[in-house]
Write a protein that binds this ligand. Structure first.
Ligand code: ADP
Ligand code: MG
Length: 225
């Protein structure tokens, strides 16, 4: 059985222009991601990992080249891109970006509420399930400043999953966490990937996390080795 290509990058380049020079961060990069893949992206600091993840996540547009999701060419500057991103992609950033004035539960609910407020009750049930999956049901009504670093990151993971994204993008998701907490979080990713067949692409410095993944990509000077 051939697997479906869920994401494809064709000849993607990304330059940043500063006053005096143009920096070529990603150079003619090609990548095919199959549904259910678990890919880790490795590379030195400054090698363009976050830049690449932002391109994949449709948060930034490439200087040249094309991005396809489910075979459909995406134009990142079109108005429909927010909808595609909301439906298809979940993000966990290096820093959690939880909203401080809302509880853990509300933070998880928000990306779904903004799409359909009339489903509030269903969304709440789903958010509680996700908090349970990340071992935080007992912290649902706590605000971010009442949570530890690892707990905040787990809330951010639950939030990334609320819209049932086909693709989960993780940027050094355990970069600031201790080993034990990191291990818990790795297990969550493994389960999501195994049981729900959600595609995961993670940037990481962690050997353990890259060992769980199915494929490792090394980024160096804007090229995948
Ligand atoms: N908005 C920007 N303007 C100019 N240069 C940038 C910008 N964002 C990132 N860079 C540069 O691009 C390179 C790659 O950055 P990044 O993708 O964040 O690397 P990594 O995540 O691998 O550490 C770095 O040298 C960084 O300084
Ligand atoms: Mg980075």
């Amino acid at each position: 059985m051939t697997k479906k290509i869920i994401l494809e990058l064709k000849n993607i380049s990304k330059n940043y222009s500063t006053k005096n020079e143009t920096l070529e961060i990603i150079k003619n990069l090609n990548l095919q991601v199959e549904e259910g893949d678990f890919i880790s992206i490795l590379g030195q600091s400054g090698s363009g990992k976050t830049t690449l993840l932002n391109l994949i996540g449709l948060l930034d547009s490439p200087t040249s080249g094309d991005i396809f999701i489910n075979g459909e060419k995406i134009s990142v500057n079109s108005s429909s891109v927010d909808l595609i991103r909301n439906k298809m992609i979940g993000f966990v950033f290096q820093f959690h970006y939880l909203l401080p004035e809302f509880t853990a539960l509300e933070n998880v609910m928000i990306p779904a509420l903004t799409q359909d407020f009339s489903k509030k009750k269903e969304i709440e049930i789903k958010a509680l399930e996700l908090l349970n999956d990340v071992g935080l049901s007992h912290r649902a009504n706590h605000k971010p400043n009442e949570l530890s670093g690892g707990e905040k990151q787990r809330v951010a993971i639950a939030r990334a999953l609320i819209n049932n994204p086909k693709i989960l993008l993780l940027d050094e998701p355990t970069g600031n966490l201790d080993n034990e907490t990191s291990e818990k979080i790795f297990n969550i990713f493994k389960q999501i990937n195994d049981k729900k067949r959600q595609t995961i692409i993670t940037v990481t410095h962690s050997r353990e996390l890259s060992e769980i993944s199915h494929k490792k990509l090394f980024l160096k000077k804007g090229i995948i080795l």
